[in-house]
Design a protein around this ligand. Structure first.
Ligand SMILES: Cc1ncc(C[n+]2csc(CCOP(=O)(O)OP(=O)(O)O)c2C)c(N)n1
Length: 892
């Protein structure tokens, strides 16, 4: 039972109630809304003082928020409405034809009809009246499109002349299309595969909403820092009601209102269904979302009923209709959507005599065609108009629609409609008739695409509207703008000439960033991002240097104002301090990392985080950033399963390099030395900012202090390709490959081997197993396919000796295993498979068998091979202080 219904039952004195309400109405009429609001808040505080514990129910009745009398006139009047309705019908048909055709040809391709069928009108009003494209005078609006509505966006681009029949015929056939020199159409918005079209990949539910919020916030950041005028631009997000179940969808709602993002509009397509069935069969998803968004401080607009309901509400003097709508749960509303006029008359309007009388105002056919708000262009326009004019808060429009709208008995409101890709001829004919499409039965049978004549009213209107709004969209532009990259010596000479000074690679990175931030050309484009770990990484000095971004500036005197590193928030602050939200921080990073294309303004974000909470926790957001052709640095700090020490199981990362290696445009490094890091940062900046390569860098740094050598001569290429020699040795009996923080263990092992066992070892630093493996795969393939004789870098470097090679990494063994095929000598890997532990680095490295002693033991076992028996090896282990009977690290 809804609150209003309950209230009515509880009303013990209806006359008193109506006197109060009349007073309010009279105040409103004679003194206006401001006074009414004041009185209500006075009442509320009197209630509070009296200890009534009264709270406003956040749910409003199940009707439109915008009253009929407040609706603005529709631009272009009824003529425009008629043409735009026709256009929406054409888009629906072409989208449907595209999906059904593809599946007639290849049943496995999939695709969706019902989602766009429900969203078409929401999109059309946006395209015809609100969504502004980027043109010379305006950066334009940004729209995050519901992914499985993509067919509708293609259908529109077809009418606009941006896509042709060949493109549409290659929906979900990107590879075959490329073979025929045609641009195929991606299943979902995909900037990697359709780089001139899609801007934002939204295919994974929940990522669109959080990305849209942080994009709107990033635009404010650019504005407040004086880098870009963004104030009259909007970010629109059109999402599904089912999608709102994803935690990421709701994760940033309070940030959006806290930051007063009135440049942000969400349109939630509440067709009340998700894939399997109703979103909230036994309740109202709209009311639930109203509470959530309203509670988070958003302006909420319910857009539930079309104009044809207005006369019915006008007749509803006793509130029976509103009551019935309040009572009717979503599962039932779906059933009403799936059934015809007589069914709805009997089961909805038949509930009470009063409702029956209201229902009698309409024929069965009119009842059948009663529109939900999200299918009524006039109502949609009113909601969008209110949203874009609302100040001080973001707006959400909860638009009620019917899933599979117009798909007839076979589809509309059916449980199975989400995945429906085939329609019977009779359903297609019904669809044609419903949307008055000028297509013959044969054309319908053949699923012909339909494009009105160029000089038709529809086409002229469509082009005129887009011209007025700045051109076509979505459109992705990469103007290939470059940024100056400072000379490496200007910010990293301390690392290149470290001369055995002690520091951690994290410290080195932060110092380099400090230098880059000061650079005259590049500095202002650098975006340092943290998720409440700046102090952990020694970044507190940047607080003062460049300030923490805050739209409000700093409204308080910070406790540490007297210190030189005080916590400085500023409206033009440069650091994005996101608080404890890795999902939010990576969304900011992506906004900055794609600014070169989205805003035509290249930025260079460094997001520095606990490496465990990166690829593992927010891997899907990183995948989407990759898809979006991000350029920037992800810095996995406090990395390494044995290097982080004390933190234990949930903090010690041993797998991020495995995942990062699987992302094609992610270049990963696990450097050991500050000078390696400097070379990597320099290279990354050059590739991303000057050569406009669509790559991003993942670099792990650690908090272990160590003596940093200066950079040896000729190391550059090896560092970047993944392997360089740091201790060569003529006639080495074994080669030790150490990665990142374990390089020093390999070096110590070499000394042990020499001093205690007279075994000569060479030591190599592996800066990137994944780059070595990629190179290996490419060379091997070229050898097979083109009979190329180029050897992989690792093979070249290690050739000329068949001494065994021992590789050690602070990541799982699968990381060093990835290059096995390219090492011709005997190859043994040591890694940190298993759960982390809280203990000292020394204890952890012994536990995972990756310390100098275990490396030395492993080397001896390989060098000596079968010449030494078990007893002798046990004796050696004893000398080294190793326990050969300890369990495997994965067994405990
Ligand atoms: C993270 C993720 N989980 C699951 C899916 C698969 N999926 C695609 S659409 C969909 C249902 C979407 O329902 P809703 O958001 O209500 O949109 P509608 O199609 O009803 O408009 C699901 C489960 C996905 N794309 N992403």
């Amino acid at each position: 039972m809804t609150p209003e219904h309950l209230l009515r039952q509880l009303d013990s004195d209806e006359q008193e109630t109506s006197e109060w309400i009349d007073s309010l109405r009279s105040v409103l009429q004679h003194e206006g809304p401001e006074r009414a609001r004041f009185l209500l808040s006075q009442l509320a505080s009197a209630a509070r003082e009296a200890g009534l514990n009264w709270r406003d129910a956040r749910i409003t009745p199940y009707i439109n928020t915008i009253r009929v009398q407040d609706e603005p006139a529709y631009p272009g009047g009824s003529d425009a409405l008629t043409v735009e309705e026709k256009l929406a019908g054409i888009m629906r048909w072409n989208a449907l034809a595209m999906v059904v055709r593809a599946n007639r040809a290849y049943g496995e391709l999939g695709g969706h009809i019902a989602s766009y069928a429900s969203a078409a009108d929401l999109f059309e009003v946006g395209f015809n009246h609100f969504f502004r494209a980027r043109d010379n005078s305006n950066g334009g609006d940004l729209v995050y499109f519901q992914p499985h509505s993509a067919p509708g966006i293609y259908a529109r681009a077809f009418l606009e002349g941006r896509l042709n029949e060949d493109n549409l015929a290659h929906y979900r056939q990107e590879i075959s299309a490329a073979g025929a020199n045609i641009q195929g159409l991606s299943s979902y918005p995909h900037p990697w595969l359709m780089p001139d079209f899609w801007q934002f990949p939204t295919g994974s539910m929940g990522l669109g909403p959080i990305s849209a919020v942080y994009q709107a916030r990033f635009m404010r950041y650019l504005e407040h820092r004086g880098l870009l005028a963004t104030q009259d631009r909007k970010v629109w997000g059109v999402f599904g009601d089912g999608e709102m179940d994803e935690p990421e969808s709701l994760a940033a709602l309070s940030l959006a209102s806290r930051e007063k993002l009135d440049n942000l509009v969400f349109v939630i397509n509440c067709n009340l269904q998700r894939l399997d069935g109703p979103v909230r069969g036994n309740g109202h998803i709209v009311d639930e979302l109203e509470t959530l968004f309203g509670g988070a401080g958003w302006n909420v607009i319910k857009l539930l009923w079309g104009s044809d309901w207005d006369p019915l509400f006008a007749r509803d003097a006793k509130g029976e209709l509103v009551d019935a709508l309040n009572r009717t749960v979503d599962g039932q509303l779906q059933t009403f959507a799936a059934n015809d006029g007589p069914f709805n008359r009997e089961h909805f309007f038949g509930q009470t005599p009063g409702l029956q009388a209201i229902g009698n105002m309409l024929t069965d056919d009119e009842i059948d065609r009663l529109k939900r708000g999200g299918h009524d262009l006039r109502k949609i326009y009113a909601a969008y108009h209110a949203a874009v004019n609302h100040r001080g808060r973001p707006t959400v429009i909860l638009a009620q629609t019917k899933k599979g709208f117009g798909m007839g008995k076979a589809g509309q409101g059916r449980m199975t409609t989400h995945q429906q890709k085939k329609l019977e001829q009779s359903d297609l004919i019904e669809f044609r008739d419903r949307f008055k499409l000028p297509l013959t039965d044969e054309q319908i049978e053949r699923l012909d695409f339909y494009k009105p004549d160029a000089d038709s009213e529809e086409m002229r209107h469509l082009h005129a509207r887009r011209a007025a709004l700045g051109g076509f969209m979505p459109r992705r532009v990469d103007a290939r703008t470059t940024l100056p990259v400072p000379a490496i010596a200007s910010y990293a000479s301390f690392a290149l000439d470290a001369d055995m000074k002690e520091m951690s690679t994290t410290m080195a990175l932060v110092r380099m960033m400090g230098g880059l931030l000061k650079d005259e050309g590049l500095g202002k484009h650098v975006v340092p991002i943290v998720a409440d770990e700046a102090r952990t990484f020694g970044m507190a000095n940047l607080f003062r240097q460049v300030g923490i971004y805050s739209a409000q500036g700093q409204l308080y005197q910070p406790e540490d104002i007297g210190s030189i590193l005080y916590y400085r928030e500023a409206k033009d602050g440069q650091i994005l301090e996101e608080g404890i939200t890795e999902a939010g921080a990576i969304s900011s990073w992506t906004a900055a990392a794609t600014s070169y294309a989205v805003h035509g303004l290249p930025m260079l974000p460094f997001y520095i985080y606990y490496s465990m909470f990166g690829f593992q926790r927010i891997g899907d957001l990183i995948w989407a950033a990759a898809d979006q052709r991000s350029r920037g640095f992800l810095i996995g700090a406090t990395s390494g399963r044995t290097t982080l020490g004390g933190e234990g199981l949930q903090h010690q990362d041993g797998s991020s390099h495995l995942v990062s290696a699987s992302i094609p445009n992610c270049v990963s490094y696990d450097p050991a030395y500050a000078y390696e890091l400097a070379v990597i940062v320099d290279d990354g900046m050059r590739r991303m900012l000057q050569q406009n390569e669509d790559v991003f860098y993942y670099v792990t740094v650690t908090n272990e202090n160590e003596a940093q050598p200066s950079m040896p001569a000729n190391a550059n290429e090896g560092i970047l390709r993944g392997l360089h020699c740091v201790q060569s040795c003529d006639g080495a009996q074994v080669r030790l490959l150490g990665a990142g923080p374990l390089l020093k263990e390999a070096i110590a092992a070499a000394s042990l081997l020499k001093e205690k066992f007279d075994v000569q070892a060479e030591v190599w630093s592996v800066t990137s197993f994944s780059e070595l493996a990629r190179d290996g795969i490419a060379c091997e393939r070229a050898r097979r396919l083109q009979r190329s004789d180029e050897l992989p870098w690792i093979t070249q470097q290690l050739q000329g000796s068949d001494a065994p090679v021992i590789a050690v990494s602070d990541y799982v063994r699968a990381v060093p295993e990835s290059v096995r095929a390219y090492v011709s000598a005997r190859y043994v890997t040591l890694g940190t498979d298993g759960f982390g532990r809280s203990d000292t680095r020394a204890a952890l490295r012994d536990f995972f068998e990756v310390d100098a002693k275990w490396i030395a033991y492993t080397a001896l076992a390989e060098v000596w091979g079968e010449t030494k028996g078990a007893d002798e090896m046990r004796e050696i282990a004893g000398k080294l202080g190793l326990n050969l009977d300890k369990p495997l690290s994965t067994d405990c």
